[in-house]
Design a protein around this ligand. Structure first.
Ligand code: SF4
Length: 552
């Protein structure tokens, strides 16, 4: 029997682990031949369907994610036209909800699997021709072709998660991607109504020894970026400490992305985090909202004050990067509250801030209670929120524009400090600047780093002129052209020592060290004169020296 895995991702840098995770369990079954056809959502569905047909599979298996859903349908609906008698099975997060409507609308899909596939999928393969036994397969949903009845076998969970073979053991594991995902735990202790993991119980974990063995293998393949899939990473302090010590052994060679709960940071864990080598960790701190009522409405457990305290601690560390996120469109969450939370997180000093719109996902409590909570959302993937009792469609759109603005400016290294200054010091900057970007219509397309600086400079000139010098500083320090407007009042200094002597001033070093080989430029700001030194005449890179001229 030939099984074809249709592996469609949103881009070439992503790769689903579903295929290697399932294949690793059954690679020894000689009568099952596996093959894969890969693509992205930007490919031609017809071309991929033709590639599928060339393999002449008996089974096509496809995983559906938010952004691959439509493409998978486009491909499958074509492929089945070319393959008589082929059976199609679909799985993935898109099928965590009610699957009857999907199956009735897509009769070419033989069955859908809800939940974890490592045990249930091979069981279905073994019982392919015994439809009377399909009701014994946990998680399987199908329409019986004989009588048209819908069968739904609940959700598949692998009880013995730790005894599964590792995805890396499969020949289909992708070692050629920029990062690998390392799933060490399944399930989550929390009950967030918007999250597919909110109902994922019980928590099941691999032992430290297992994780160590997998890491050794991953390291041997030269992988540098690891995304650790563990929604409960710091739920158990002792395990988290052990895991961090394990990761530390790879400092300088690998970087780990972790999800962390700021409200659950014990003192021991804080001490450990503070001592880890710089660059080892990128932390994703789940925040979602800083309003207690919003969080309670979402069923999210945990103390908000401890969460803010934990996040403040994490943001104070210089050896880890901290990413925080907010979700626009949560019940009770207004645009004003969201804007206040953005300001608060900027004040706390997170390294990266993401504002997402709520996705009302299949299988979540939020989806089940959407009507009761006044949520209107897209019936099509990605099921994004359209309006709530607290946010009009216009508010949602504005929230997404704030998100874009934050991405363009706060999440962008050359502009982060100046954006923080403006958000914290200029009343109403966050919303006013976002409105300005809307007016000049730059939010819906890519914007170069340089263009961002020009726009910010022009905005400050018109609306908060006291800060134009600060933008010029950011521009110069960012290594942008000294010939363009945002560089402000800057000119070349041929003889820096002569200039200093002539005016009888002193130069205080702000950073770097003065060197005769540097090329110097003088920037005259409203509060004084600054000297910037460059290693090249072309000054295409950032200055390596900065000094302030003062009267002695
Ligand atoms: S949002 Fe995070 S904490 Fe909440 S259920 Fe999902 S994984 Fe767990």
């Amino acid at each position: 029997m030939k099984i074809l895995w249709l592996d469609i991702n949103s881009s070439y840098s992503h790769s689903s682990v579903a295929l290697p995770a399932i294949h690793a369990q059954v690679a020894h079954v000689e009568s099952w031949e596996w093959c894969v056809v890969r693509g992205t959502i930007n490919d031609s569905p017809g071309a991929i369907a033709a590639a599928v047909a060339e393999h002449k599979p008996d089974i096509i298996a496809a995983t559906f994610w938010l952004f691959t859903h439509q493409m998978q349908i486009e491909i499958l609906s074509r492929a089945v036209q070319l393959l008589d008698g082929v059976k199609v099975i679909c799985g993935g997060p898109e099928f965590l909800g009610d699957n009857e409507e999907f199956l009735r609308h897509h009769p070419f899909v033989t069955a859908v699997l809800r939940g974890e596939g490592e045990i249930a999928f091979p069981m279905w393969l073994e019982n392919l021709d015994n439809i009377e036994d399909w009701d014994l397969i946990q998680g399987l949903c199908y329409i019986n072709p004989e009588d048209g009845s819908y069968h739904d076998e609940g959700i598949a969970r692998v009880a013995e998660f730790a005894s599964l073979k590792y995805p890396e053991e499969s020949e289909f594991f992708r070692w050629d991607k920029p990062f690998v995902q390392l799933e060490t735990t399944r399930g989550c202790f929390n009950t967030c109504a918007f999250c597919v993991s909110g109902g994922e119980k019980p928590i099941r974990s691999q032992s430290l020894e297992q994780v160590a063995a997998r890491l050794e293998n991953i390291h041997a393949h030269g992988i540098k970026d690891i995304r650790v899939l563990d929604r409960t990473f710091n739920y158990d302090t002792a395990r988290a400490l052990d895991m961090l010590s394990l990761f530390e052994q790879y400092a300088g060679e690998m970087r780990f992305h972790l999800e962390i709960h700021p409200s659950l940071l014990s003192e021991q864990l804080k001490e450990k985090l503070a001592t880890l080598p710089a660059g080892l960790l990128h932390l994703e701190a789940g925040i979602q909202s800083l309003d207690i009522n919003v969080l309670e409405e979402c069923g999210r457990r945990g103390s908000l004050s401890r969460s803010i305290e934990g996040l403040t601690f994490l943001a104070s560390l210089t050896n880890v990067e901290v990413h925080a996120d907010l979700i626009a469109g949560l019940p009770l969450y207004t645009l004003e509250m969201l804007a206040e939370d953005v300001v608060r997180l900027v004040e706390i000093g997170v390294d990266e801030l993401q504002i997402e719109s709520l996705k009302v996902l299949p299988g979540t409590q939020m989806r089940r209670k959407a009507q009761e909570k006044g949520l209107k959302y897209s019936p099509l993937p990605p099921y994004e929120i359209l309006s709530t009792s607290a946010m009009t469609p216009h508010d949602i759109r504005r929230a997404m524009h704030i998100s874009r603005m934050v991405d363009f400016y706060y999440n962008s290294a050359p502009w982060q400090d100046i954006t923080r200054t403006l958000i914290l010091m200029v009343d109403g900057f966050l919303l006013d600047f976002t409105r300005y970007l809307e007016e000049i219509m730059v939010l819906d397309s890519p914007l170069s780093l340089e263009r961002r600086g020009v726009i910010l400079y022009e905005y400050c000139q018109a609306h908060c002129p006291d800060f134009t010098d600060d933008v010029s500083f950011a521009w110069i320090r960012g290594g942008f052209s000294l010939k363009k407007g945002p560089a402000g009042n800057v000119r070349k200094l041929k003889d820096v020592d002569g200039y200093i002597a002539e005016r009888d001033v002193q130069m205080i070093v702000i950073n770097g060290s003065p060197d005769p080989s540097l090329k110097y430029y003088l920037f005259t700001a409203s509060d004084g004169q600054y000297v910037f030194g460059y290693t090249t005449e072309a000054h295409h890179s950032a200055p390596v020296f900065c000094g302030l001229l003062i009267n002695p």
